[in-house]
Design a protein around this ligand. Structure first.
Ligand SMILES: NC(=O)c1ccc[n+]([C@@H]2O[C@H](COP(=O)([O-])OP(=O)(O)OC[C@H]3O[C@@H](n4cnc5c(N)ncnc54)[C@H](O)[C@@H]3O)[C@@H](O)[C@H]2O)c1
Length: 248
């Protein structure tokens, strides 16, 4: 890539978001990294800077739609032409469906679904007429078969796939590609919702075709592919990155 171009990664304080941001920086992007947790974001900034890229940390709560729009604007105005958006942030409170308070459901939808919409809309406005770009939404293997006590989360992940298809069709004429990655089980903070980590690891390895845990960098490579020129004729797709757990 001759000129550095800007990418924005949400949820970049988490393990997968950090790996994605680092990979996009290694690919030649300047990277805006967004999270509400400034301490974990600072670690991401240090990591991403190692590749020599410019990094813009954005401490933002994705439940605030105006703040999401402002973050996209800052990414473009401070880093240059916005070419890539990765909607990666998520919250995943675990509770039986019958006990989920409405406010908790609304928070999950605000972060995992509405913020994907708002960021995509703001980014697409920037990408339209400036040569296009790539949007990658992060879904989840759980959307295929559900998962106990994660109904709100699972439903938003299904929405991420449907949004991907809808936007791919509508934004294609502007040469904006919209794809999705669907991670399987990666050992990140997200696994802390499981009471017995060893039993969960056994469960994961029993189900995967590959008998080892996935690495965050392996998800980041899939995002890099979908964000970059090697996938220039790929849009509206969801790439399963799960070691062969679900073969969709
Ligand atoms: N780890 C896995 O096994 C797995 C499996 C399937 C899907 N995923 C998906 O991968 C993505 C990354 O997950 P992860 O494992 O790195 O989880 P993580 O919890 O480590 O990272 C998520 C990040 O999102 C941020 N976030 C949450 N609410 C926010 C808000 N209101 N405003 C701003 N930031 C907010 C968190 O602070 C956190 O840094 C998520 O979309 C998740 O659903 C992960």
């Amino acid at each position: 890539m001759s000129q550095p171009q800007a990418a924005l990664v949400t949820g970049a304080g988490g393990a997968l978001g950090r790996a994605i941001a680092s990979r996009l920086a290694a690919d030649g992007h300047d990277v805006a990294v967004l999270d509400r947790d400034s301490a974990s974001l600072e670690q991401t900034v240090e990591e991403v800077r190692k590749s020599g890229a410019r990094v813009l940390p954005l401490t933002t709560d994705l439940r605030d739609a105006q703040a999401v729009e402002a973050a996209v604007e800052r990414s473009a105005s401070e880093l240059g032409t916005l070419r890539v958006l990765v909607n990666n942030a998520a919250m995943y409170p675990s509770r039986p469906f019958l006990d989920v308070p409405l406010a908790e459901y609304e928070d999950v939808v605000a972060v995992n679904q509405r913020a994907y919409w708002v960021a995509a809309q703001a980014a697409a406005r920037r990408m339209t007429g400036t040569g296009g770009g790539a949007i990658v939404n992060v879904a989840s293997i759980t959307m295929h078969g559900g998962w106990d006590s994660l109904a709100a989360y699972v439903s938003t992940k299904g929405a991420a796939v449907a949004l991907t298809r809808a936007l791919a069709r509508e934004l294609g004429p502007a040469e904006i590609r919209v794809n999705c990655v669907s991670p399987g089980a990666f050992p990140t903070a997200a696994e802390q919702i499981h009471d017995d980590p060893e039993a969960y690891t056994r469960h994961v390895l029993d189900h995967q075709a590959l008998k080892r845990r996935g690495r965050a960098e392996e998800l980041a490579s899939a995002v890099s592919f979908l964000a970059g020129p090697d996938s220039s004729f790929v849009t509206g797709q969801c790439l399963e990155v799960n070691g062969g757990w679900v073969m969709a």
